[in-house]
Design a protein around this ligand. Structure first.
Ligand code: HEM
Length: 411
């Protein structure tokens, strides 16, 4: 579907066929071009999901923030109208119930359990360890020699190692975690495939939980076991599901951001030069890259528990509704010249980490990883360049998180 003429939320569904969703990006560094027309002409638009179910998508900044802070917008994946993008996610999500897909009070309980590990103070203290890990991974990549796939050798290695270290997962095959997310996050996976992939992850975590119960260490798994599992506040299955979603949510998003940001900087040497000249720009640059790239565009999935009005239209109770973060982050009503990548942008109140009660719990850690990963690369590998043609870069279109499958580089 390319036409933007679809029924409004108050029309009778079925008179005009809803457009297919997700809508592909043309440029990897921008929202799909159709989002601009949706924001203007059809801000609460009816779509058909890959599961062939119908739902609504919301593209305006104000509507996205309103929806995500509305307690009537439920994140409970067990509700029949939940707009999962794949059958596998819908079925496995309803079975394993990761807390990102639950509502208060259940959601609040798990979120509170994790929060102390992700405060600004805690994350700041992790900087030396993150820097050491990033340097080690970069040494490995440089020693191996180019050309290499940057997604595997750097982006995935950094994001996976950092989360494993925080949780206390011994250095394992990094590709194992990538495969788990690749399968569980793909909208083409069946419920069996998702369950099998998550089953493998839970098996690994269950072994560690049992070990830490016997012999706690200084890591997050031990802390959660000691403070929450042993006193009986959570069951082992609930703990495994919480650990599993923390790994999955934290890995792929950060991998995508490191890889796409690097590609953008290679495409735009003037931006790279700006960062080289003024490294103090890095924190603001990271936030601008988060806004522009909006890799978690269609992660915030909700169901209307009651009728919800947005931009004068009604999302009826029990219908699925998706808050499109790239739509909000490129809304010219909120961001001056939103397609411009501006590392000196002020008032950059983007929603790349979502908004409201489910807003990303790992956002401080994600910012730290991005700052260290990009700063180290810019400083230590000034000759980094693409190996091969620009159009050979492999973009990932079938996953919950937008990103790159492969990025061949050399130096
Ligand atoms: C650049 C990287 C990241 C991006 C763009 C991102 C984006 C998001 C977004 C948009 C949400 C909200 C989903 C919703 O409203 O339904 C979210 C939630 C979440 N994120 Fe992140 N994330 C990133 C990194 C991380 C990291 C590093 C971790 C942990 C180590 C993490 C863990 C989580 C968890 C556990 C949730 C669920 C929170 C809840 O439901 O209360 N994320 N993330």
């Amino acid at each position: 579907m390319t036409s933007l003429e679809s029924p409004t939320a108050s029309d009778t569904p079925g008179t005009v066929a809803p457009r297919d969703f997700p809508i592909r990006r043309g440029c990897p560094f921008a929202a799909p071009a159709e989002y601009a027309a949706l924001r203007t002409d059809d801000p609460v638009a009816r779509v058909t999901l890959p599961t062939r179910r119908e739902a609504w998508v919301v593209t305006r900044y104000d509507d996205v923030r309103e929806l995500l802070s509305d307690p009537r917008a439920s994140a409970d994946i067990r509700r029949p109208g939940f707009p999962a993008l794949g059958e596998g996610e819908q079925e496995a999500g309803a079975r394993f119930r990761p807390f990102i897909r639950t509502d208060a009070p259940e959601h609040t309980r798990y979120r509170r359990m994790l929060l102390p590990a992700f405060t600004v103070r805690r994350v700041r203290a992790m900087r030396p360890a993150v820097q050491a890990r990033v340097d080690e991974i970069l040494d490995g990549m440089l020693d191996a020699g180019g050309p290499v796939d940057f997604v595997t050798a750097y982006a995935n290695a950094v994001s996976t190692s950092v989360i494993c270290e925080l949780l206390g997962i011994p250095r394992h095959d990094l590709e194992f975690f990538r495969d788990v997310t690749r399968i569980s996050g793909s909208r083409n996976s069946t419920a069996e495939q998702v369950s099998e992939a998550l089953g493998g992850l839970f098996g690994l975590l269950a072994g560690l939980v049992a070990e830490r119960r016997e012999e706690p260490r200084d890591d997050l798994i031990s802390k959660l076991v000691t403070d929450h599992l042993v006193p009986g506040h959570v069951t082992t299955d609930q703990l495994l599901s919480t650990l599993g979603i923390t790994i999955n949510a934290g890995r792929e998003t950060t991998t995508s951001m490191i890889a796409l940001s690097t590609l953008l900087l290679l495409d735009r040497p003037e931006l790279l030069a700006e960062l080289r000249k003024d490294p103090a720009l890095m924190p603001a640059a990271v936030d601008e890259l988060l806004r522009v790239l909006s890799v978690a565009d269609s992660i915030p999935l909700r169901v209307a528990a009651e009728d919800i009005e947005l931009s004068g239209r009604t999302v009826p109770a029990d219908d699925g509704v998706i808050a499109l973060l790239a739509g909000a982050n490129h809304d010219p009503e909120q961001f001056d010249d939103p397609e411009r990548v501006d590392f000196r942008r002020t008032d950059n109140h983007h929603v790349a980490f979502g908004y409201g009660v489910h807003q990303c719990i790992g956002q401080h850690l994600a910012r730290l990883e991005l700052e260290v990963a990009l700063e180290t690369l810019v400083r230590r590998v000034p000759t980094l360049r693409l190996a091969g043609e620009r159009d050979q870069v492999v973009v990932k279109h079938d996953s919950a998180t937008f990103g790159l499958e492969e990025l061949m580089v050399t130096w």
